[in-house]
Design a protein around this ligand. Structure first.
Ligand code: FAD
Length: 285
């Protein structure tokens, strides 16, 4: 099928983007970023936006740079930009490792980091990164700017706190201390498929024990989120195979699993048990 007819608008500045959104969002106007989620949905006529506000020619939105104590990622920064570390240090390596798990190469060359967050698929790797690391998101409209944390931004399956006239202009990821350890593991049936469950863990070691543990789970619930119960198991303990199993058990017990035609709640809970343990195992040298 072909998409239903629409008018494409091509703003050149962020001001023009938000003015266009204010005018066309009430007429079912939408942002077009990489188009890797929106265009297939339009082709199936599951969405029929009458106006598309194409941000691909807006100057400066592809910026990825350190601002103070965070990494700023602009709305046109594509998944593929992260194939190699975008900055020195742990965060650059973490993002490069995770990026390689997103879809397939051609999709990574068009799809955007911010588009993934705005789309809010529960399996999105960038949603998991944002939720686990505590990203801040900069939302702009003609009414001004507001900054929300990922935990408040992600509201459910493909649901966010973005108002219809708001543009996600930038994501800010906190830089990670140099001694941060991380591990990421996701399970999907075929390479490039959406994850059926994924875990991202970060922590530091002080005097032989884990501190500042963060355990994020994606793909298993209606949104990616940190699992405090698993973090509590880890903090203050020395890493060991038994500890990692216990953290996996805690994560599995804490989630409210999604069910679908292929996957029962118990199967997804079991996946969470496994991906959490394996992410922790990957955090060790
Ligand atoms: P678009 O498709 O352009 O937009 C998606 C939605 O977000 C639209 O509603 C749009 O209006 C809105 N939007 C986009 N940017 C903004 C913004 N800055 N502000 C406000 N609203 C905005 N993704 C994964 O995370 N993991 C995968 O494994 C994965 N596998 C895929 C496999 C296939 C075969 C395909 C086709 C896609 C897959 N994707 C996967 C999705 C892909 O990562 C998309 O690129 C991403 O979800 C959306 O980014 P985009 O820039 O393409 O957004």
């Amino acid at each position: 099928m072909k998409p239903a007819p629409f008018t494409r608008h091509v703003p050149k500045t962020v001001d023009e983007v938000v003015i266009a959104l204010a005018e066309y969002a009430p007429l079912d106007g939408r942002i077009l970023a990489g188009g890797q989620s929106l265009v297939p949905i339009m082709a199936f006529r599951m969405a029929r936006p009458t106006h598309l506000i194409d941000i691909n020619e807006v100057d400066g939105l592809d910026r990825i740079a350190i601002d103070g104590d965070y990494l700023s990622i602009g709305a046109r920064a594509r998944h593929g930009a992260f194939h190699r570390p975008v900055i020195d240090g742990v965060l650059g390596h973490l993002l490069a490792f995770v990026a390689s798990h997103i879809a397939h190469y051609p999709i990574r060359m068009r799809g955007t980091f911010c588009g993934s967050l705005a789309h809010a698929d529960p399996s999105s790797e960038w949603c998991l990164v944002a939720a686990t690391l505590g990203a801040s998101l900069v939302l702009k409209s003609v009414r001004g700017e507001r900054i929300v944390v990922a935990e408040d931004f992600l509201e459910g399956i493909m649901s966010t706190c973005l108002a219809e006239d708001e543009f996600l202009a930038e994501v800010r990821l906190p830089l990670l201390p140099a001694d941060t350890k991380f591990g990421f593991y996701e399970f999907s049936r075929r390479a490039g498929d959406f994850a059926m469950a994924a875990a991202l863990v970060t922590y530091r070691m002080v005097d032989g024990v884990i501190v500042d543990a963060r355990v994020g789970i994606g793909g298993a619930e209606d949104r990616a989120r940190r699992i405090g119960e698993a973090e509590a198991v880890l903090n203050g303990q020395a890493p060991s195979p038994d500890l990692f199993v216990a953290a996996g058990e805690a994560a599995a017990a804490a989630i409210e699993p999604l069910e679908d035609i292929q996957t029962t709640a118990e199967y997804r809970r079991d996946l969470v048990r496994a991906v959490t343990r394996r992410a922790l195992e990957r955090s060790l040298p």
